[in-house]
Write a protein that binds this ligand. Sequence first.
Ligand code: 5GP
Ligand code: ZN
Length: 112
Amino acid sequence: MDCLFCKIIAGEIPSKKVYEDDRCYGFYDIDPQAPVHFLMVPKAHISGPDAVNEENAAVIGHIYAVIASLARELGLENGYRVVANCGKDGGQTVGHLHFHVLAGRGLAWPPG
Ligand code: 5GP
Ligand code: ZN
């Protein structure tokens, strides 16, 4: 399967790791949109938010728990945003489910 984030998880494409365990991988975004911007991805390939189902959804709860823990470690006490883009209108450009974690500045709402 030709998936950019599967290759990053496998170490075939280098990335700046922020977290790793048996189920998920976290790495800094190559084009940061905030002073802190990393991506959390399940190691198992899920093509996007629209491919989540009752069988593969448990990893998402795990990822949110990891993000909360990382946020404390990284000192994101002013808050952060977790975003999963889906499809063309949602702005998804990589077909492997990923959660953006953005922090370090005030973030506009609603997004553009
Ligand atoms: P999306 O647009 O699908 O929500 O998010 C994809 C994100 O992946 C973008 O923020 C983009 O900057 C990031 N990205 C794309 N290619 C690479 C890469 O090779 N390495 C890293 N670290 N991030 C990437
Ligand atoms: Zn993948």
